[in-house]
Design a protein around this ligand. Sequence first.
Ligand code: MEV
Length: 450
Amino acid sequence: MKSISGFSKLSKRKKLRWVVENFFRDPELVTRELMSFWHQNDQQQRIFDDFSENTLSNYYMPFGVAPNFIINDKEYCIPMVIEESSVVAAASSAGKFWAKRGGFKAEIIGTTKIGQVHFVWKGDSTKLKAIFQELKPILRSDTDHITKNMRKRGGGILKIDLLDMTHLEADYYQIKTEFETCDSMGANFINSVLEEFGRIFKNFLQNHPDLEGTEKEASIIMAILSNYTPDCLVRASVKCKIEDLGTFDGGKTDAATFAYKFDKAVKIANLDPHRATTHNKGIFNGIDAVILATANDFRAIEACGHTYAARDGQYRSLSKTKIEDGIFEFWLDIPMAVGTVGGLTSLHPLAKRSLEMLGNPKAEELMSIIATVGLAQNFAAVKSLVTVGIQKGHMKMHLMNILNHMEASEKEIKAAIQHFKDRVVSFTAVREFLNSWRTGKIAVVPAHND
Ligand code: MEV
């Protein structure tokens, strides 16, 4: 096992040298390759280096756009960062589809965020509950210096509660706090307040005249925001007359059949966790792509979304459908704790441009945009699944990845696209095709339906 001490203290070039010399067969080649992804501008590169630790290079991801989105009657071109083929194309097509049918609607249901101080206290819980009423205003006033700016922006601490959890774990309590963090995601703000709460609380117990002995001691286990924010919630929706859905798969599927199958597909995702997971994964294809493009925290959004999907004890579809009186309705309720200020939102040069592309939205507008892309992505995936199947479109894009991987020339790419128009794409089939093409065994191969 190769190990090193003091790695983090090395310069970036020395770190790179140590890694390539110890883990690669051709250190020179790998050094050149990793350095080729460095930003040409040193100052810009330093910004990327400082986001994280022990950075050697930059890991590129495609930055694309899905135009033609109409959300609450406003037009958007949506920035998306994602490595999976077909996702941006699918979002774009769903955007265009619904733009012709009145667009998407989005509404904010709530913006409340949550933080917890988890602590252990060995004493009579009724006594604790009684003195907690005295503590509450002190928690607020003694964190004034931290909350001042947020309060100026209209946010701050909303509610402080003591939760008795001793029925679940011996001596365990929580100070559960609700926050409004306006346009910032608020993690640093919330965590700073909570850690201060912990100190204030300990001090309060120490000095309280009605307490004695162990009652004066509390052990703060941890103070941290909760990424589960069911009350920071947005709904994105679409609806139209069933007949306005049009036909699908070159006329093979009519509107009523489509609506029926689509509705069933969503209901299946609601009742079967295996399908629900894939269904929701499709939603997060769109959500994560915009979260990444705007430098928000995709792990937090994912973790929260999945907990929300399981809120009644079973993991279910995040989206829902309704078919009533000839109207097709499709919507998605999803918690969305995002920020448009703070964090990397203005530090990452492309995140800054993404937000500019979206018209520099406030957090609530960004919540609406992101939820809408999730709904659009879900619509596109389920539409394909209940009509032509997912592979047709997917494989077309997959073909390009395989061809690029095999370093196909422009001419070979053209020939391959023609060849695989109506043939099954696989790694082996593409390799065989290229070999035949390269050895002159085939010139132009007609597709089966030509
Ligand atoms: C693929 O990335 C996402 C889908 O599997 C989603 C779904 O099945 O709904 C197509």
